[in-house]
Design a protein around this ligand. Structure first.
Ligand code: NAP
Length: 530
């Protein structure tokens, strides 16, 4: 497929009216032969208007129609898998295996939401029947369902060019909810974005949906993103990226005349607690598995382990020695963009210059001409760590800080000092359970997912998954961006009172035509109401 460099608005490929740019291969710094054009504010506004028009129709589509649309997108993506893989590996320096896997996940997410819609009970309908003879006043008939919010803007992530980008989890969950989507692409992978958008357009045409149900705009330089977030027609935003970028856009979203929800997944350092008995039992194994988790995707995962916390002693010395032995042979690897690589380099230089930090070890040296990152491990005494809040901030890339505590009380003090994170991991043996029991209530207030004897890097596609957490790991810690519950971000409750049965949506009708599970008078049931 020929890449045009255009933007997609209301089913048409248009030349963006903003500045032109080329895609870049982060390894060779070679520029793409195609020029891509950013949209301008007027085009961003036109996409928002088209989305609002499409919403009137699309929000009324049945779950089965939306499920068919999601499955058709999945099929269209599969059809152009080789082209997507070729382009995405060129644009991101992520390997073929990773990109193939990520495309599989993207298709899996679309199918997961289609299955959720098939079941039909995701709106969790609640019905409280009328009681005419209730004293002192009759009780009305009250029925609760969920309705879509309206057009959603999705900011594609640099670090997941497929699974959190054009047809990624935010897009899939918003379309499943009944919301049109406008994607602001990431400038790191515009060609990949166009290929994926073409698959979505093919699905729109095949399913004969209103063309405004999806738009894709390039838009570096902040204008397009800011216009979309402040457009009156837009009713919610999904974002994955930096704390500074996410915070700027969040402030725009909540500062509007009509504030809207902003689901931002921002920075997280994902603390790993190595409890004394577990560390004594397996310091060397932990060092090996930790290095695997840290270097996965060149440390460019939102769930990458950025802080290790342990109590000083022989076991911690063994861990540090093992890390120091293994690290020097770790190859440097190319990051997603030169910008991200420069930020990583700067953050490591700042750490290396801090008197309270010791450099434990470095990987093989990096070729900065190829946007490469060198693995860097530091350590700090917990007493110094507790005085420097900035040490908790994410260093995006393969760097980690080991926090060395005097005793368990200081380890708990470090836990108490933490802000919000996506994940926390505990390595704990049976004899560590007392300390683990003291840690858990502290972590429950700060963490989105707590896991044992592993690292948070893999985020399962599961209905029980939560990917989010208290600020600054996300701007909406009460929600998840992974798993079927992600759909709830783009709906709101709607209550019908004393409404004639014929006018109710299917999920609230007495006959329960789709035999779905409903809470009727506080009991879960699939039976119809007589
Ligand atoms: P970013 O700078 O936050 O950019 C993400 C998106 O937000 C881009 O589309 C960007 O638009 C837009 N944006 C950023 N600041 C904005 C502002 N002030 N106003 C309007 N739009 C704005 O993230 P990135 O480019 O992916 O990477 C930069 C850094 O983010 C990394 O070095 C890393 O520290 C962090 N990061 C963290 C995660 C994570 O999961 N924790 C993931 C990715 C990145 P433009 O195209 O106009 O720039």
């Amino acid at each position: 497929m020929q890449i045009s460099g255009k933007v997609l608005i209301k089913g048409e490929w248009l030349l963006g009216a903003g500045a032109g740019f080329n895609a870049s291969n982060p390894t060779t710094l070679q520029k793409s032969s195609e020029t891509f054009y950013n949209a301008d504010s007027a085009q961003a506004q036109a996409a928002a208007t088209a989305a609002a028009q499409a919403f009137d129709l699309y929000s009324q589509y049945s779950d089965l129609q939306k499920a068919n649309f999601l499955r058709t997108i999945a099929t269209q993506l599969e059809k152009i898998r080789p082209e997507i893989v070729l382009r995405a590996t060129w644009e991101t320096a992520l390997g073929e295996m990773r990109i193939n896997g990520e495309l599989g996940r993207t298709i899996g997410q679309l199918n997961m939401f289609a299955q959720l819609l098939d079941k039909g009970d995701w709106k969790r309908p609640v019905i409280d029947l009328a009681q005419a003879d209730r004293q002192p006043l009759p009780k009305p008939d009250i029925r609760l369902t969920q309705v879509p919010l309206g057009p959603v803007v999705v900011f594609a992530a640099s670090n997941f060019p497929l699974a959190f980008s054009v047809a990624g989890g935010d897009t899939a969950s918003a379309l499943a909810a009944g919301c049109p989507v406008i994607v602001k692409t990431h400038s790191a992978h515009p060609g990949t974005s166009e290929l994926v958008a073409s698959a979505i357009l093919a699905a729109i045409e095949q399913c004969d949906l209103p063309r405004g149900v999806f738009a894709m705009l390039h838009g570096g330089g902040r204008t397009v993103g800011a216009t979309l977030v402040t457009a009156a027609q837009v009713k919610a935003v999904g974002f994955t990226g930096s704390i500074s970028g996410g915070r700027a856009l969040y402030d725009l979203a909540v500062g509007r005349r009509e504030p809207i929800p902003f689901y931002g997944e921002l920075g997280s350092t994902n603390p790993v607690f190595l409890l004394p008995q577990s560390l004594a039992q397996k310091a060397e194994q932990i060092a090996a598995s930790f290095i695997g988790a840290l270097t996965m995707g060149v440390g460019q995962f939102c769930t990458s382990p950025g802080i290790l916390i342990a109590v000083k002693g022989n076991a911690l010395e063994r861990l540090l020695a093992s890390l120091a032995e293994k690290t020097p042979t770790l190859a440097a690897a190319t990051m997603l963009t030169t910008g991200i690589c420069n930020s990583y380099q700067q953050a490591c230089e700042q750490r290396a210059a801090m008197p309270s930090l010791k450099q434990i070890a470095c990987g093989e040296s990096a070729d900065s001409e190829a946007s490469q990152a060198q693995v860097q491990l530091f350590s700090v005494d917990a007493s110094d760590y507790l005085k420097q809040a900035e040490l908790e901030e994410e260093v995006f890339g393969p760097a980690t800080l080991v926090v060395c505590c005097e005793d368990s009380a200081q380890l708990l003090a470090v836990a108490n000092s933490l802000g919000g994170h996506l994940t926390a991991a505990l390595f704990a043996d049976e004899e560590d359970q007392n300390l683990a029991g003291q840690l858990l209530p502290i972590l429950q207030q700060r963490i989105g997912r707590i896991l044992f004897d592993g690292y948070g890097t893999g985020v399962e596609l599961s209905s029980a998954m939560s990917h989010g957490g208290p600020y600054p790991s996300s701007t909406a810690g009460q929600s998840t961006s992974v798993g079927t519950r992600a759909i709830e971000r783009f709906t709101r409750p709607l209550c019908y009172q004393n409404t004639p049965d014929a006018l109710l949506p299917a999920e609230l009708k007495n006959a329960n035509p789709n035999s779905i599970m409903r809470l009727v008078n506080n009991r879960w049931t699939t039976t119809a109401i007589n």
